[in-house]
Design a protein around this ligand. Structure first.
Ligand code: SF4
Ligand code: SF4
Length: 216
């Protein structure tokens, strides 16, 4: 099977959180108990019951008002995954890459509990989370069973705006180029695709990355 990619076009995201909920539904994950802590984002980060979270950041805009930065976040399925490189030093085979490029945490990650922080720190975006209920490391698995059955992931299937897209590498990279051209036209030449050579989840943004996700 050809390598699969995501395109996340942040210019189209309206922060409906449909992707976040669809991920929970497909994975039969409960809501995370949380509280209002000064932002519309909820829960505050990825956790054992949340494999995809929509980040809500707000910044002052030139027009003396507020600009929203919405950013649906999950594992990027790195082409050379640092989490796997680190895990292989501790428990070989606990993290694997399947034939279309999904980085998967197997049941072997149960044995990585003591090294959990090391694996999390190896990830440039601090994605892996320890699930105390499942007693293993968890994160987005690219809905690999759906993809094997010829379907797309639950999150991309649900997105109503075209912000989340999924497909073969050539198809997604072509779409990314088209969307980038459109974004530059619309936003005065601003726009870039983040980490194009390193990941399978390509983010189209029109501002500095730190405005979308200030957390490490
Ligand atoms: S984004 Fe993080 S958890 Fe996902 S494959 Fe890359 S290093 Fe691993
Ligand atoms: S479903 Fe689409 S529009 Fe809604 S929050 Fe997710 S990426 Fe954004």
């Amino acid at each position: 099977m050809a390598g699969k990619f995501f395109l996340i076009d942040t210019t189209r995201c309206m922060a409906c959180r449909g992707c976040q909920v669809a991920c929970k539904q497909w994975n039969k994950l409960p809501a995370t108990k949380t509280k209002q802590y000064g932002t519309y984002q909820n829960p505050p980060d990825l956790d054992g019951n949340t494999y995809r979270v929509v980040r809500f950041e707000e910044h002052p805009s030139k027009e003396n008002s507020v600009a929203w930065y919405f950013f649906t976040e999950a594992c990027r399925h790195c082409l050379k995954p640092p989490c796997k490189i680190k895990a292989d030093q501790i428990k070989k085979g606990a993290i694997i890459v399947n034939d279309f490029g999904a980085v998967l945490f197997t049941k072997g990650t149960k044995e990585l509990q003591k090294s959990f922080k090391v694996i999390k720190q190896a990830c440039p975006w601090s994605i892996p989370t320890w699930s105390s209920k499942q007693r293993k490391l968890v994160k987005c698995h690219m809905c690999f069973q759906r993809v094997e059955a010829g379907l797309e992931p639950a999150c991309t299937k649900t997105c109503p705006t075209g912000a989340l897209n999924f497909g073969d590498e050539a198809q997604i990279k072509k779409l990314a180029n088209e969307r980038l051209t459109a974004a530059k036209k619309k936003f005065g030449g601003r726009g870039e695709i983040l980490d194009l050579e390193d990941v399978r989840a390509l983010y189209l943004v029109i501002d500095e990355q730190i405005k979308y996700r200030p957390v490490a």
